[in-house]
Design a protein around this ligand. Structure first.
Ligand SMILES: *Cc1c(COP(=O)(O)O)cnc(C)c1O
Length: 364
C-alpha cells in the first residue's frame, strides 16, 4: 500500500508516472531495452530528450533567448557553478537572506566572490521560526554594479516563499527554485538564470535543471570544469558529458503528467487548494503553531509546531500509523514539516488535516 509521503526531498512522485515507468522498465516502446540501458546518443534516447526539452519549454513558456540545460551536481553544486559561470571580472554578488538555503548559498559563493548580504530576515533570538518573512524591498541594500542578485525562491526548510519578483534592472536575477519550480506559471523573462534540483517537484535526484539567458553564457572562469560550463553544456544540447538519462526520462513523464493535469495554471490551483486546507487547519487551532507571515507562506513546505512540544514524538508515531510519513521537521528547526509538492494529492492533505484534528481531540 502507498503511504502519503510528505518528504521534503527526494519526494513523492505521481503514481501514474511510476506505473508508466514500471510498464516501460524491461522494454521501452518496443526497443527491447530499459531506458537505463540506452546509449544517450542513440535514436531512442534522442526521442525522449527532444520531448523533455520541448515539453519543459512549453510548460514554462521559456522564451527563445533562454537555454534549458540538463545538468548534474544538484542545487548545492549550482551554488558553486553559478558564480564560476556568472561572476565575470566584476566579482560582486548580492543576496537576500531568507532562510537556511540562502545562507548555504551565501557561504559557498563567498569562496568565489565579493558577497554582499543586501538584507536578511534572520531573527537570532527566536527559539522557533528564525526566518518568517521576506525583508521589505525598500530596505535591500543592492549594488547597481553587482554581477547578479541571488535569491532562494522557496526556503524548503523555513517555509518562506516569494510570490513576486523584484525588478533588478540591468543586474541579472538568479533564483534557486529547487523546491517550487513548476508549482505555478512563471515569467521567465524576469530572470537571468534559475536552477532547480529535480528531486522535489520534478523527478529523481541526480538531475539539475538550469534555465539561463543567452547573454550570460560566455563569462565562465577559466578554471570552471567543462562539464559545468554553461556555454559548453548549451552548445552540446546537455550531452557534453553523459547526462543522467533515467532521471531525464522520469522528468519527461512528469512533464507529460503536468500537461494532462491542465498545465501550470491547473497545478497552481490545486497547490493553492492544498496549502489553504492545511494552513486553515493550523490557523483554526490553538494547539498547533506556525510562524511564517501569511503573505510569504510557502505552498510547498509547511513547517509547524505543537505548543506542547513534549507531544512531538507521539504525533510522529501516530501519524506514521495512519500512513502519513516523513512529517518530522528539519533537524535545524525541529517540529514538523509537511511538504506538499505537485504530486501530493488533495486527498493526502485532507488525510493530514483529519489527523491534526483527531490528535488535538485526543491530547488537546
Ligand atoms: C533541496 C534543496 C537544495 C539542495 O539540493 P541538492 O540536490 O542536495 O544539492 C538547495 N536549495 C534548495 C532550495 C533546496 O530545496
Amino acid at each position: 500500500m502507498r503511504v502519503f509521503n510528505f518528504s521534503a526531498g527526494p519526494a513523492v512522485l505521481p503514481e501514474e508516472v511510476l506505473r508508466e515507468a514500471a510498464e516501460d522498465m524491461l522494454d521501452w516502446h518496443g526497443s527491447g531495452m530499459s531506458v537505463m540501458e540506452m546509449s544517450h546518443r542513440g535514436k531512442e534516447f534522442g526521442h525522449i530528450l527532444q520531448h523533455v526539452f520541448a515539453d519543459l519549454r512549453e510548460l514554462l513558456a521559456v522564451p527563445d533567448n533562454y537555454k534549458i540545460l540538463l545538468m548534474q551536481g544538484g542545487a548545492i553544486g549550482e551554488n558553486a557553478i553559478v558564480p564560476l559561470n556568472l561572476l565575470g571580472k566584476n566579482n560582486k554578488v548580492d543576496f537576500v537572506e531568507t532562510g537556511s538555503w540562502s545562507v548555504k548559498t551565501i557561504k559557498e559563493t563567498q569562496r568565489y566572490g565579493d558577497v554582499n548580504v543586501a538584507a536578511s530576515s534572520l531573527d537570532r533570538e527566536a527559539k522557533q521560526g528564525k526566518y518568517t518573512y521576506i525583508p521589505d524591498r525598500s530596505t535591500w541594500k543592492l549594488r547597481s554594479d553587482a554581477a547578479y542578485l541571488h535569491l532562494c525562491g522557496n526556503e524548503t526548510i523555513d517555509g518562506v516563499e516569494y510570490f513576486d519578483w523584484p525588478e533588478t534592472g540591468k543586474v541579472p536575477l538568479v533564483v534557486d527554485m529547487s523546491s517550487h519550480i513548476l508549482s505555478r506559471p512563471l515569467d521567465i523573462s524576469k530572470f537571468g538564470l534559475i536552477y532547480a534540483g529535480a528531486q522535489k517537484n520534478i523527478g529523481p535526484a541526480g538531475l539539475t535543471i538550469v534555465i539561463v539567458r543567452d547573454d550570460l553564457l560566455d563569462q565562465a572562469h577559466a578554471l570552471c570544469p567543462s562539464a559545468f560550463n554553461y556555454r559548453i553544456v548549451a552548445d552540446n544540447d546537455s550531452m557534453y558529458n553523459t547526462p543522467p538519462t533515467y532521471g531525464i526520462y522520469i522528468a519527461g513523464l512528469v512533464f507529460q503528467w503536468i500537461r494532462r493535469q491542465g498545465g501550470l495554471a491547473a497545478i497552481e490551483a490545486n497547490n493553492i487548494a492544498k496549502a489553504t486546507a492545511l494552513y486553515d487547519a493550523l490557523d483554526r487551532s490553538e494547539f498547533y503553531v506556525t510562524h511564517v507571515r501569511k503573505e510569504c507562506r510557502s505552498r510547498m513546505n509547511v513547517p509547524f509546531f505543537l505548543r506542547d512540544e513534549s507531544l512531538t514524538d507521539a504525533f510522529l508515531l501516530e501519524s506514521r500509523e495512519r500512513g502519513l510519513v516523513q512529517l518530522k521537521g528539519h533537524k535545524s528547526v525541529g517540529g514538523f514539516r509537511a511538504s506538499i509538492y505537485n504530486a501530493m494529492t488533495l486527498e493526502g492533505v485532507e488525510a493530514l488535516v483529519e489527523f491534526l484534528h483527531a490528535f488535538e481531540k485526543r491530547y488537546g
